[in-house]
Design a protein around this ligand. Structure first.
Ligand code: NDP
Length: 446
């Protein structure tokens, strides 16, 4: 590691104690940027990186609510408004018991470069709460969302900060939060993305992250004159991203053989076809059950407490959460012949796992690029809200596909420019960074 990276990271570690995920995310970007900083002394002179690792604003607030027994409960709410150099803050809200400042700073930091890669004018932000929607009634989820928004609403606006969903925040939660925003702000505006179809949402937004990660894998495969046709694929998670990744991989001729949740994984060697996927969608989105019920229904293997990376595959689509592929998982994937990893989740591979993938020379698409289809389609939802028109399913899907191709092309150009062929991690970081950096320089010290 260069002296520059070492001393910079020492400063970041000292200033952000007990935030390992944030430090991990920053380190990856800074390592990729070392050659850029050598070529552009003006970035160093303007203290760009020092500025970029500090969010423009962090809002932390109390969220009190009453459960169904009438007992008071309280959670912590957050919004990290990380960087608005190229557009208003944009990024999802996560409701999960593991949410804390460090997790949201890692997600917000990643979001800045991801949004820049989409080619659309969006800054980066992220937020959420340590509230766990799992096991709560609809009424409790609604009360929590209303209390959360009674503070957050004053910091949002269609030209200021526009949240969306993430882990634990789907259509139901966005509905409750948008309703509260509308009431308090007294205006119907595109202040959330991922809205329902009849109240300003975009077709294809629910599908976009999973579809996008699949399109990105298709583009990587194309560079080797290959395709998803006939490929055995493992997918982790069984939420929004995993479901639509499974759908698109299947449509493009691949066979998805695994899904998972935080309790374990299912392995169905016959493949999860459209009918079985409909069962999963009903199980997860309506009944809110566990993935084990899939194994019970279809009589396939259930791997209790295990992630799916020991299952033989050609392509893997981690789509659950951060750090879900460690070095052992990466070794297992490589030993089993996996040669494509397209990250649907944010930072699902640990640094050791990424190093193994890069050393092995496989097609490794980092989340910042591979899962950017979600926020890109959120950008398309914002455009439709602004012009008060809605595009058809085909129109949005075509635009999403075009954006994923453009993201892939930008990664490849940056890799070629810096002689880092095959390293999509560096390609994505460099391409995402340069646009934000140049905008920050143009706007002066703000
Ligand atoms: P969902 O809440 O819809 O699904 C999350 C899935 O991951 C569930 O199956 C969940 O299982 C599992 N999971 C969550 N936490 C853990 C954990 N600690 N260990 C094991 N499994 C876990 O979320 P999404 O599908 O929206 O998000 C998945 C990933 O994709 C996240 O990393 C998110 O940041 C990223 N992402 C999402 C985007 C979107 O548009 N939704 C956009 C870009 C990235 P269980 O139900 O048991 O908790």
């Amino acid at each position: 590691m260069s002296d520059f990276v070492n001393s910079f990271m020492e400063m970041v570690r000292a200033k952000n104690p007990a935030q390992p995920e944030f430090i991990q995310a920053v380190q990856e970007v800074i390592e990729s940027l070392a050659p850029v900083m050598d070529r552009h002394p003006e970035y160093k002179e303007m203290k760009l990186l020092e500025r970029m690792v500090i969010p423009e604003r962090i809002i932390i607030f109390r969220v009190p609510w009453l459960d169904d027994d009438g007992t008071p409960q309280v959670n912590t709410g957050y919004r990290i408004e990380f960087n608005s150099a190229i557009g208003p803050y944009k990024g999802g809200l996560r409701f999960h018991p593991t949410v804390d400042l460090g997790i949201l700073k890692f997600l917000g930091f990643e979001q800045v470069y991801k949004n820049s890669l989409t080619t659309l004018p969006m800054g980066g932000g992220k937020g959420g709460s340590d509230f766990d929607p799992k096991g709560k009634s609809d009424n409790e989820v609604m009360k929590f969302c209303q209390s959360f928004m009674s503070e957050l609403f004053r910091h949002l606006g269609p030209n200021t900060d526009i949240p969306a969903g993430d882990i634990g925040v789907g259509g139901r939660e966005i509905g409750y939060m948008f309703g509260t925003y509308k009431k308090l702000a007294n205006e119907f505006t595109g202040v959330f993305t991922g809205k329902g179809r009849s109240w300003g949402g975009s077709l294809i937004r629910p599908e976009a992250t999973g579809y996008g990660a699949t399109y990105f894998a298709r583009e990587m495969l194309k560079t080797r004159n290959d395709s998803l046709e006939g490929k055995i694929c493992t997918v982790s998670g069984s939420g929004n991203v995993a479901q639509f990744c499974t759908e698109k991989v299947t449509q493009l001729g691949g066979k998805v053989v695994t899904l998972s949740d935080s309790s374990g994984s299912i392995h169905d060697p016959d493949g999860i076809d459209a009918k079985k996927l409909a069962f999963v969608m009903d199980l997860k989105n309506v009944k809110r059950g566990r993935i084990k019920e899939y194994a019970d229904k279809y009589g396939c293997e259930y791997l209790e407490g295990k992630r799916p990376w020991g299952v033989k595959c050609d392509c893997a689509f981690p789509s659950a959460t951060q750090n879900e592929i460690d070095a052992n998982d990466a070794k297992a994937l490589l030993d089993n012949g996996c040669f494509v990893v397209s990250e649907g989740a944010n930072m699902p591979s640990t640094p050791d796992a990424v190093e193994l993938f890069l050393k092995a020379g496989i097609l490794f698409g980092p989340g910042k690029a591979a899962n950017a289809g979600g926020v890109a389609t959120s950008g398309l939802e914002m455009s439709q809200n602004s012009i008060r028109l809605s595009w058809t399913r085909e129109e949005v899907d075509e635009k999403l596909d075009g954006i994923m191709v453009a993201i892939h092309d930008q990664c490849v150009s940056a890799m070629n420019e810096y002689d880092l062929k095959g390293n999509y991690v560096a390609g994505a970081n460099i391409a995402g960074f340069k646009k934000v950096a140049d905008a920050m320089i143009a706007q002066g010290l703000v």
